[in-house]
Design a protein around this ligand. Structure first.
Ligand code: PLP
Length: 474
C-alpha cells in the first residue's frame, strides 16, 4: 500500500534532466562550473527521493510537480553555495590557545608571508646555486641560519618533527635498539607516538625505568651490542608530578660517552629565545640543549618557533650528512613555500627584540596584561555600541590562556577576556552559531558565559567579531 503511494509521489519528482532545463539553473551555470551544479542537482534530487522512501505511508501530502521543482531549485542553490565555498577557510581564534593545532598552529610574520608570496608567484633559485650556475641545495639558505642561530655543526629540515624523528631513527638505528625512558613514551596529537614511530623506522624500542622514575643506571644496564642510540623525548604535553626522576639530556650524553653511543633529543617545541622574563615557564632553548652535547636535536617549525610546519634537525655533521643520503629524506622533503617562510622566520631571530614583535606566536605569548585589558575594553565597548543589552551583556574579565601545541602544558598565562552573556539563547548555542558563521569564530564556554580571549584576537578582527555576534545573537 505505502510503496504504491511512494511510487506515485516518486513519479512527481522531476528528473535530473528536467531540473537542468529550468531557467534558474541556467543562471547558476553562468556563474558556477557545470560539474558543481550537476553534482548539486544530483545530490538534492537523490535526497528528495530518499526522503519520500523513508517517510513511507506518512508521505501522503503530495506536492504538485511544480512545487517539487521549486523546492529542488531552492535546495540546489544552497547546495551549490555549500560546494563552492572553500573548505579550508579563515577562522577567528578567540579561544586564547596560541598554538592551536586544530586551527593551524603558528601564524606567520609579515616577512614570512611576503617570502611565501614571492616564491609562489615567481621562479626561484630553489635548487640552483646562482654563483656557479650549477645545481644547489634547497636547504642551503636554512642550513646557515640554523647553524649560526643554534651553534650546531649542521642542520637539515624536513616536513615536520614527526618526520624528523622518523628520519633520525631510521638513519642511525634501523634494525638495532634505541633506549628510551618509560616516562617519555609520549603521544602527540593522537597520531605521533614514540613506540609507533620507532616501529615505523625499523629501530627496536627498549623501554627502561618506570613511568615516574628513570635513573641513569637503568640506561647503563640496558646497553648491549645491539644498542644504536639513547633517546631523550621532551614530555611536551604532559607533566608527571609527585615522586619523579627523569634522566636529563646531560646524563644521557655522559652515558653515551661511556659507551660510545649517539644521543638524540626530541625537543618537540624547540625554541630559540628564552621567554622567562615574560613570565613563561623556564624551558631550555635549542642552544642550551645543544650545549649539553647530544648528537642530534629535533624540533617543530610551527610550535614555539612561530614558523611554518617543518621538522628541524640540528647536530653533528657526520649524522646529518648520513641523513641527507637516506632515501626517506626525499619523501619527507619540504616545499619551496616552507623554505621561504622558514628562512624569513629564522631571519627575524637575528634581532631578538624584533622577533618578539614580528613573530605572531611570540607577540601573543609576551603581550602585557595591561595591553590585553585595554584591548578587551575596546572590544567590549564596540560590541555594546552595536548590540543592544536586551540581546547580550558584555563584561571584561580576567582569564587564563594556554600556550597549546603540546608546549608548556602547565603554563597559565594571565589574560583578559570579553565575556558574553546572551539574553535569549544558551552560551553553547551561541558558541555553535559563531562556529557556523562567516568567518567562523572559535570561542570557549565557561560558567554559563561565552568567553573571547584577547590574546589570540587581533585588532583587525574586532569589526568582524561585532558583525558575527550581531548576526547570530537572538
Ligand atoms: C609536537 C611534537 C612532535 C611532533 O611534531 P610535529 O611537528 O607536530 O610533527 C614530536 N615530538 C614531540 C616531543 C613533540 O612535542
Amino acid at each position: 500500500m505505502s510503496s504504491k503511494i511512494n511510487g506515485s509521489i516518486l513519479r512527481l519528482l522531476p528528473s535530473v534532466d528536467e531540473v537542468l532545463r529550468d531557467g534558474r539553473i541556467s543562471e547558476m551555470l553562468e556563474i558556477h562550473p557545470r560539474s558543481v551544479v550537476l553534482e548539486a542537482v544530483r545530490t538534492v534530487v537523490d535526497a528528495e527521493r530518499q526522503d519520500i522512501l523513508a517517510a513511507g505511508a506518512a508521505a501522503r501530502q503530495e506536492l504538485l510537480k511544480e512545487e517539487y521543482l521549486d523546492r529542488i531549485i531552492e535546495n540546489t542553490t544552497a547546495e551549490v553555495q555549500h560546494l563552492v565555498r572553500p573548505k579550508l577557510r579563515r577562522v577567528i581564534n578567540a579561544t586564547g590557545v596560541v598554538l592551536h593545532t586544530n586551527l593551524g598552529r603558528a601564524l606567520l610574520s609579515e616577512r614570512a608571508r611576503d617570502a611565501v608570496n614571492t616564491v609562489a608567484a615567481n621562479y626561484s633559485n630553489l635548487e640552483l646555486d646562482l654563483e656557479t650556475g650549477r645545481r644547489g641545495s634547497r636547504y642551503a639558505a636554512l642550513e646557515h641560519l640554523l647553524t649560526s642561530l643554534t651553534g650546531a655543526e649542521e642542520a637539515l629540515v624536513v616536513n615536520n618533527n614527526a618526520a624528523a624523528v622518523l628520519l633520525t631513527l631510521s638513519t642511525i638505528a634501523r634494525g638495532r635498539e634505541v633506549i628510551v625512558s618509560r616516562g617519555q613514551l609520549v603521544e602527540i596529537g593522537g597520531s605521533f607516538r614514540i613506540p609507533e614511530v620507532m616501529a615505523q623506522s625499523g629501530a627496536r624500542l627498549v623501554e627502561v625505568g618506570a613511568t615516574n622514575k628513570t635513573h641513569p643506571d637503568d640506561y647503563r644496564k640496558a646497553v648491549n651490542e645491539e644498542t644504536a642510540m639513547l633517546l631523550h623525548v621532551h614530555t611536551s604535553n604532559y607533566r608527571i608530578i609527585g615522586f619523579t626522576r627523569e634522566t636529563t639530556v646531560n646524563e644521557l650524553v655522559e652515558i653515551g660517552r661511556e659507551h660510545k653511543l649517539p644521543v638524540m633529543s626530541d625537543l618537540g617545541s624547540g625554541f630559540l629565545l628564552d621567554l622567562c622574563r615574560f613570565g613563561l615557564p623556564q624551558e631550555p632553548t635549542v642552544q642550551e640543549v645543544l650545549c649539553a652535547g647530544p648528537d642530534v636535536v629535533t624540533f617543530s617549525g610551527d610550535k614555539l618557533l612561530g614558523g611554518p610546519q617543518a621538522g628541524i634537525i640540528v647536530g653533528r655533521r657526520a649524522y646529518i650528512e648520513k641523513m641527507k643520503k637516506n632515501p626517506l629524506t626525499r619523501a619527507i622533503r619540504i616545499d619551496k613555500m616552507t623554505v621561504a617562510a622558514l628562512e624569513a622566520t629564522l631571519r627575524e631571530y637575528q634581532d631578538e627584540e624584533k622577533a618578539i614583535k614580528e613573530i605572531p606566536t611570540l607577540r601573543m605569548l609576551t603581550v602585557s596584561s595591561e595591553v590585553l585589558e585595554s584591548r578587551a575594553r575596546a572590544l567590549a565597548e564596540l560590541l555594546e555600541s552595536v548590540i543592544d543589552d536586551n540581546r547580550a551583556l558584555f563584561t571584561v574579565e580576567k582569564g587564563i590562556s594556554a600556550v597549546g601545541g603540546g608546549a608548556m602544558p602547565a603554563a597559565e598565562l594571565l589574560t583578559f577576556v570579553v565575556s558574553v552573556s546572551p539574553a535569549n539563547m544558551r552560551p553553547g548555542e551561541l558558541q555553535a552559531a559563531l562556529r557556523h558563521g562567516q568567518p567562523a569564530v572559535m570561542s570557549r564556554v565557561q560558567d554559563d558565559r561565552l568567553i573571547m580571549d584577547l590574546r589570540t584576537i587581533n585588532d583587525e578582527e574586532f569589526q568582524l567579531l561585532a558583525i558575527a555576534l550581531s548576526s547570530v545573537l537572538k
